[in-house]
Design a protein around this ligand. Structure first.
Ligand SMILES: [Zn+2]
Length: 279
């Protein structure tokens, strides 16, 4: 395992969600770091989770913190059946959303979060209403610009609207389109606005030839890889809870698609990750 993980990064994972699934995530991190793992970004899920995540992860200086209010915090869908296991069972008022955005803004400063994410739009589950999702998304795009933070974008079935927001609202430091699964126009706009494109474990799924084709279109200096742990485990672990150590399968798949050696790909992705972190 020693050399395999040297210089590997995971640009997007959720420690708290892994802990909720009963995973022994700190042993995984300790083992990975002993093997030269170069780190990654622990992603926020809800507006008030930053202080606890900072406490949990403070000892890992190579795990950087992102905090945000995701589209799921728009509250229970007012137009579609609710996502199974969805934690916000009530409809949220715009007033409550505004108050939670204030709490988030305070936490970002206090915990010195390095990134604002994940934020975005999810029309697949249609949390709250589109209007409420836009309120959450756009308020944070403004905030990122004001605070000089990169954003990490979640987009599910909402390419057109995400493109509009990215076009109009920057932010100036750009960011990452996480778990890329969008159209060519989204990739084009994101690249123009200085974003990185990050691919997750679904790159390895047999039916996702489209994603592998899109991967080939990403300029060498804009590519990132991620697990989105505990979700989206790559083949051959599909269906199991995902963990940052499984990112090796996504690296191998991407290297094959790009016709690169594993070491060359590690070097490329690490360089891009370091560029993102320095912005
Ligand atoms: Zn995520």
């Amino acid at each position: 395992m020693e050399d395999l993980y040297r210089g590997i990064i995971d640009s997007h994972f959720h420690t708290q969600s892994m802990l909720e699934k009963g995973m022994d995530v700190f042993s995984v991190y300790d083992r990975l770091f002993q093997c030269g793992f170069a780190g990654g970004i622990d992603i926020g899920c809800v507006h008030d989770d930053l202080p606890e995540r900072k406490r949990l992860l403070g000892k890992y200086d190579r795990i950087l913190l992102a905090g945000a209010m995701g589209p799921w915090e728009a509250g229970r869908s007012e137009t579609k059946p609710v996502e199974p296991e969805y934690e916000f069972q009530s409809v949220k008022s715009a007033e409550q959303i505004r108050q939670e955005l204030e709490i988030l803004a305070g936490n970002l400063k206090e915990c010195k979060a390095r990134f604002l994410g994940e934020i975005g739009l999810d029309y697949y589950w249609d949390y709250g209403t589109h209007e409420k999702q836009h309120l959450i998304f756009e308020t944070q795009m403004h905030l990122a610009d004001k605070e000089g933070l990169c954003v990490l974008i979640h987009d599910r079935d909402a390419d057109e609207d995400v493109i509009e927001v990215i076009k109009c609202m920057g932010p100036s430091k750009g960011g990452v389109i996480h778990c890329f699964d969008g159209c060519g126009a989204l990739m084009e706009t994101a690249l123009e606005r200085g974003y990185f494109i990050s691919f997750a474990g679904n790159l390895t799924y047999r039916n996702n030839g489209y994603l592998r084709d899109m991967l080939k279109k990403v300029p060498a200096d804009r590519l990132l890889l991620e697990t989105d742990s505990p979700y989206l485990s790559p083949v051959p672990l599909r269906g199991k809870p995902n963990s940052p150590e499984y990112i090796i399968h996504t690296y191998r798949c991407a290297a094959e698609v790009l016709g690169l050696g594993l070491e060359a790909l590690k070097e490329r992705v690490l360089k891009n990750y370091n560029t993102l972190c320095k912005r």
